[in-house]
Design a protein around this ligand. Sequence first.
Ligand SMILES: *Cc1c(COP(=O)(O)O)cnc(C)c1O
Length: 431
Amino acid sequence: MMYYSTNGKAPDATLEKAVVRGLAEDRGLYMPRSLKTLPEHFYAHIHEMDFRDIACTAADALFGEDIAPDVLHRMVRDTLSFDCPVVKVEDGIWSLELFHGPTLAFKDVGARFMARMLGYFASGREINVLVATSGDTGSAVANGFLGVDGVRVFVLYPKGKVSPIQECQFTTLGHNITALEIEGNFDDCQALVKNAFMDAELRAALPLTSANSINVARFLPQSFYYFNAYARLREQVFDGEPVMCVPSGNFGNLCAALFAAKMGLPLRRFIAANNANRVFFDFLQTGRYSPRASIQTLANAMDVGDPSNFARIFELYGRDAERVRAQISGAFVDDATISRSLRECLAANGYLLDPHGACGYRALKDGLQPGETGIFCETAHPAKFKEKVEAITGSEVAVPERLAAFMRGRKQSVALGREYQGFREYLMEYK
Ligand SMILES: *Cc1c(COP(=O)(O)O)cnc(C)c1O
């Protein structure tokens, strides 16, 4: 399978090149040239298959031309060392629980898969992964890559803007993982990473790649759990087409759901749930995309003012705002509504949401039409945002042991400013 750039000014890339480079030469995002529709008999029997078998079938369609089946299936099975169950919250509303992985957030799936694929393609070379994070990406990527030979990971995060628990998950690991604490916001971190990729001299000295959701090896495997979610819902009760609601920041997760639908997965339509960072919502209303600076909210992993995967979504629908609108509706949920929804869902259903899942729950509940059934992604465990969730609900949140273990580690990070020059000089020391 060849991959083209959304900016249209770079040559097509092989899977290996797309994964190792991350971003195309023209700063565009790689898109697969074609997508295989999975056969009818797969969908007819999907609810009789388990998660790993479903994922292997989807992986064959996405990556099977480039990687031998035994190697690919090993990557898939190693990645999916945990489940992504679909749980009933109330009538018509189901939660796709994506927090059962090692760092308790959905990004574990993409990060673990990418680490394995990059390790496979690296074979002998020394590769440096740069990753900007607003919280959960850093922990998922750092843990996904921890101890992978020949890969060094630099996690850039905005000082004071990630929760203490999130910070522990990528600053306490050591080994091949280095945390860089940036004096700025998430967009500054993302800009530093993008600048490094455009710096030919730096790249000549130091092989660089990205593990942000722009990487095809991170966002495409997230489609696995959408196929599985459909199967598990159908297995339990429902054989119609569910509405899929995705709490979105950089839009990698929603993108994966859209790709699954392009491969024939019967999802009825999509709801993109934003927090107060409502650039995508405004795009749906006006047809114009106007990025702006991000603002801080309770759902901080979604505090993104210029979502990088917007380009992919636009491309997927032929750069036609009307066609985007026909498939995806938007919603934005402000902090007061996040708090209210979290309390409401706990009181009515005994189901504790995290602030990101609360955006999804709210947007789905308000957006469902009579007769529709919907699934929202619960993208992280509430204990990852313990202080916030306790302040909202007034009751204590139990911390799972695998999270508590991170809290006992020693924080190690390097403080850097938001100017590119300082970051560049720092990296150059590693050449
Ligand atoms: C990253 C993240 C999101 C946003 O996902 P995108 O793929 O960037 O849209 C939502 N919730 C949580 C908990 C996250 O970590």
